[in-house]
Design a binder for this molecule. Sequence first.
Ligand code: AMP
Ligand code: TRP
Length: 354
Amino acid sequence: MTHNTSNNKVLVTGIQATGRPHIGNYFGTMKQIVELQHKGYENRVFVADYHSLVSVQDADTLSQSTLDLAIDYLAIGVDPKLVTIYKQSDVPEVTELTWIFNSITTMPYLMRAHAFKDAEAKNKEINVAKFEYPLLMAADILIHNAEIVPVGKDQKQHIEVARDTAEKFNRIFCKTETEGEEAGIFKMPEAYIVSDVETVPGIDGQKMSKSYGNHIPLFSEDEEIRKLVMSIVTDSGSVATDSSDPMAGIPSNVFNIHKLFIGNSDLINAGKTYLASLDSLKEFYRSTEGKYKPLKDALAEDLILFITPLRARRAEIAKNPDEIRQMLAQNGAIIREKVHHLVADIRKKVGFVV
Ligand code: AMP
Ligand code: TRP
């Protein structure tokens, strides 16, 4: 197995193993990994099983979802020769780093996190891990000294926490009388968010999310796709904000999902020429004069056309789960080895070396 180490700039991202990925995950992050894997970064992608433990508390479910997600990554075209796919829990040093970050972070700072505020507003009982979720994520990123972190918009604040934490650590532990600020050991990671797909809507028009139950699973079966598309809420929102716009009255929920496929060469080659550009898709929507059924039929058909080959590839890869287990174990060891130097340095900086 070869791993690209050409320019030493690390790309890292993770997804929780909390159920099957949906098209929001795909367009928001997973697709970006496939697109960026050839760009000369050293690519590291992990299944965030520590994070998942906050909500998945059944061993068989967690381990199966972890394995499934690794298969999913491969099925969408993540090349294991270019990307090191690993399990977060195979690098337990991230929890050590999280503890160090706990020690330099205040409770009020973490209380400003959206996820915490949302949970609090809903009067949910918040466990300690959920509260410090952003610090575990900061450790995930900083342990690699990653430069770039492809994520959806909902994770933007978490990347800012990682940057703040890096800065804080550098300020507290890396400045001595003879060293300046530049002696800091953490680099500032940048979020990589593609603005067109930063928030993929679900079938109710809200952000698509497993937890809202409004998602279209990435590897769903044809019948499930048809059923979900038919249940897209069509009477809320509109493609146009201005009533004089020719798109006024065209339902945005169907359009906004359809829009994800603009420029998809496989679909265009299969005769879906209305996906050639935003204008041609708008024209297609206008041409039905507000009749939802043909639009939904077209979206369902396009989704099926798009998902069928992914599903077939997934089924093929899933035939060899032991190979995937072996890949994860090997990659976990590779990543541990790669982070070893930085971890040793961090331990020294905080005073764990006597
Ligand atoms: P999660 O499923 O919450 O673990 O999310 C995994 C990745 O997918 C993260 O980078 C999220 O930002 C991204 N993501 C999740 N839902 C959406 C969505 N509806 N639109 C765009 N990106 C998303
Ligand atoms: N919190 C991310 C999510 O829910 C998953 C995640 C965990 C992650 N650690 C990360 C993403 C580090 C990017 C980098 O989507």
